[in-house]
Design a protein around this ligand. Sequence first.
Ligand code: C5P
Length: 232
Amino acid sequence: MKTSPVIVALDYPDQASALALVERLDPTLCRLKVGKELFTRAGPPVVEALVKRGYEVFLDLKFHDIPNTVAAACDAAADLGVWMMNLHASGGRRMMEAARERLEKRSQRPRLIAVTILTSLGEADLAEIGFTGTPAENVSRLAALADDCGLDGVVCSPREAAALRRERGPEFLLVTPGVRPASTSLDDQKRVMTPADALAAGASHLVIGRPVTAAEDPVAALQAILQSLKQN
Ligand code: C5P
């Protein structure tokens, strides 16, 4: 495998706990995701510490605001040296294009992907906020809009990956959480796929948290996941 498709979710409340896990990992085996909790508590220094240790970082802050504000936030994220960041596609075309255009001014543009419909929202939740149609229809429509705005891909459920891969072609990034090796606990995830099945369905990257971070030996857990991908 040339580059690992695994992105380990660093869901920790402070920098020390996050770095304690990271010291046991290896940047040739995975990338890292920093989300809202860790970033809100530990701030830019935690991202910079990870980048300094040679990791490619996905800053998962799901920006959603007026175009100028989101473009400026993306610029700030790029200054931290992140590899990938995201925003909500429902912020609309002008917001997505403004963010992409701002990042394009850089010699090395970080990847920019969109969240379509949060997997926590069902059809009734969508209807209540004025979205008609099924979650799957909304996911397809917003992924098409993100693609049309020049974004690199979307975050999606592994169950949405096959349809999105068909609709959006081979280059579009499909970053999927909700992935569990066959032998591990589901935690609070309900509808999961194994890493190999998620890749076979069309995912380009797998966001995996607790199966690695809560393992007694995180590197062994990660290596077992990577091994399961080679066998397919
Ligand atoms: O520990 P686990 O593998 O469940 O972590 C998955 C990560 O992906 C967490 O950071 C979680 O917030 C994120 N995520 C998710 N489901 C979504 C979107 C994001 O689990 N639909």
